[in-house]
Ligand binder design. Structure first.
Ligand SMILES: *Cc1c(COP(=O)(O)O)cnc(C)c1O
Length: 396
C-alpha cells in the first residue's frame, strides 16, 4: 500500500517521505558549536521564500496560532488599537486573539468570499488623524473561504495615507505555495508555520520581522517570556537558542527548502496554480460555485465550494472518509454544512488532484447529488493535458 496519505484538506499537508526522513535526526546539543549548521541554512533558505533582506527570522516551537500570539505580544500593549478585516474563520480567530489580549480591534467586516478591502483600510487610516491605529493585521489567504487578499494593494494606500502603522501578515496557508514578497509589499511581520507549504510536521511557527517590526517591540508592554523576540534574537546572535529548539523540524525545514529550490520557486507556484485551476474547472463542470466572489481572489492552495441547496456538505465529507478513505476540508464557521473545501497544496501533483476529484464525484453520486459520474473530471483532465509541462523524455 502507498504511504501517501489521501489528504485534500487545507493543512496540515502531506509529508513526503524525503521530509519524514529528514526529520528523523539524532538529537544534538544546542549549545554545541555545530548547532548553527542546522539553523543557518534553514534561516538562509527561508529568506528566499519570503523574498526579504530582513535579518530577524525567528523559529518558535508552536503552531501558527502561537506565531500570531508572538507577533502581538511583542509589538503591542493592552488598550492599543489595531485594524483588521474579517472575511472568514481564520481572520476571525486572529481578531479573537487580539481581543483576548486586551487590544481594541477596529474590525472591517466583509462578506465571506471577499478579500480584505484596500479601499476601506485606506479610509480607516485616513480618518485616523491621531494615529491611534498601532498595526494593520491581514490574512493573505483566508483558508476557510479560499480567498486571497492582495497585500501590495493594501500597503500602497497605507503609504499614501501616510500612516505609520506597521503591516502584519498571516501567510500560514500561502507561503511556499503562492508568491510572497515581504520587502516589496512592505510587510513588517510575516507569520508562517511548518505544516503547510513547507510540508513538515506541525510545531514550528516561522516569523520574519523587519526593522520597523522590531522597532515596534520597544513600545510593547505586554508581558512575554516564551515568545519574547528579544531572547530569541539574542540567542540567535550567539548561535544558540533560548530553550530547547525543535531540532527535528529545523532539520526538516532545511531539507524542505532544498526541495523547493530544486524544483524552483517559480515552478512551485506554477504547479499550485495548475492544480487549483484544474479543481476550478471540475467545480464549474459540476455546476457548483466557489465561495470566492471573483476570479482574482481565487486561492491556489484551497478551494471552498458551495454545496447545492438541500445537501449537507458535512455528510459529503464524512462519506468521502468512510466510503473511500479520502479526507476533504469541511465548511467552517458560517459555511458549516454549506460548503466543502478541497486543499490542493504541498506535496501534490496534477495526477493526485485528479484522484481527489474522482473520489469527490463518487461520493456525490452515492449521495444523489445532481452530477453525472461519467467524465465530470474531464475538464480538469483537459486542462492538465493542455498545460502539461512533461516529466520525462518520452512525453510527446
Ligand atoms: C492553518 C492556519 C493558521 C494556523 O493554524 P495553526 O493550527 O495554529 O497552525 C493560521 N492562519 C491560517 C490562514 C491558516 O490556514
Amino acid at each position: 500500500m502507498s504511504d501517501q496519505n489521501l489528504l485534500f484538506i487545507s493543512g496540515p499537508t502531506n509529508i513526503p517521505g524525503r521530509l519524514r526522513q529528514a526529520m528523523d535526526v539524532q538529537i544534538r546539543d544546542y549549545w554545541a558549536p555545530d548547532f548553527v549548521d542546522l539553523k543557518l541554512p534553514a534561516q538562509a533558505g527561508v529568506i528566499e521564500v519570503f523574498v526579504t533582506d530582513s535579518v530577524h527570522i525567528l523559529f518558535f516551537p508552536a503552531s501558527g496560532t502561537g506565531g500570531w500570539e508572538a507577533a502581538i505580544t511583542n509589538t503591542l500593549s493592552v488598550g492599543d488599537k489595531v485594524l483588521m478585516a474579517r472575511n472568514g474563520v481564520f481572520s476571525d480567530r486572529w481578531i479573537d486573539l487580539c481581543q483576548r489580549h486586551g487590544l481594541e480591534v477596529q474590525v472591517i467586516d466583509c462578506a465571506w468570499g471577499d478579500s480584505a478591502p484596500a479601499d476601506k483600510i485606506e479610509a480607516a487610516l485616513t480618518a485616523d488623524a491621531g494615529q491611534q491605529i498601532k498595526a494593520v493585521l491581514i490574512t493573505q489567504n483566508e483558508t476557510a473561504t479560499g480567498v486571497r487578499s492582495d497585500i501590495a494593494s493594501i500597503r500602497d494606500p497605507m503609504d499614501s495615507a501616510t500612516h505609520s502603522a506597521p503591516l502584519f501578515v498571516d501567510c500560514v496557508s500561502s507561503l511556499a505555495s503562492m508568491p510572497f514578497a515581504m520587502d516589496e509589499w512592505g510587510v513588517n511581520i510575516a507569520v508562517a508555520g511548518s505544516q503547510k507549504g513547507f510540508m513538515l510536521a506541525t510545531g514550528m511557527a516561522i516569523l520574519i520581522v523587519s526593522q520597523t517590526g522590531l522597532d515596534a517591540t520597544k513600545q510593547a508592554s505586554w508581558p512575554r517570556t516564551f515568545f519574547d523576540f528579544r531572547d530569541m534574537i539574542r540567542a540567535t546572535d550567539e548561535g544558540c537558542y533560548p530553550y530547547t529548539p525543535p531540532m527535528n523540524l529545523m532539520a526538516g525545514l532545511r531539507e524542505s527548502l532544498t526541495m523547493l529550490s530544486e524544483e524552483g520557486l517559480g515552478i512551485v507556484y506554477a504547479r499550485h496554480f495548475r492544480m487549483a485551476e484544474g479543481v476550478r474547472r471540475a467545480v464549474s463542470a459540476w455546476g457548483f460555485e466557489l465561495v470566492a466572489s471573483a476570479p482574482d481572489l481565487y486561492s491556489d492552495t484551497v478551494s471552498a465550494i458551495l454545496n447545492p441547496r438541500g445537501f449537507d456538505s458535512n455528510l459529503l465529507t464524512q462519506h468521502a472518509v468512510y466510503g473511500y478513505g479520502v479526507l476533504f476540508g469541511v465548511g467552517l464557521g458560517e459555511l458549516k454544512g454549506k460548503a466543502f473545501r478541497i486543499g490542493h497544496f504541498g506535496s501534490l501533483t496534477d495526477v493526485m488532484v485528479l484522484s481527489g476529484l474522482a473520489t469527490m464525484e463518487m461520493a456525490m453520486a452515492d449521495l444523489d447529488y445532481p452530477v453525472e459520474l461519467e467524465g465530470v473530471a474531464a475538464p480538469a483532465q483537459g486542462y492538465f493535458r493542455e498545460s502539461r509541462i512533461g516529466v520525462g523524455r518520452l512525453a510527446a
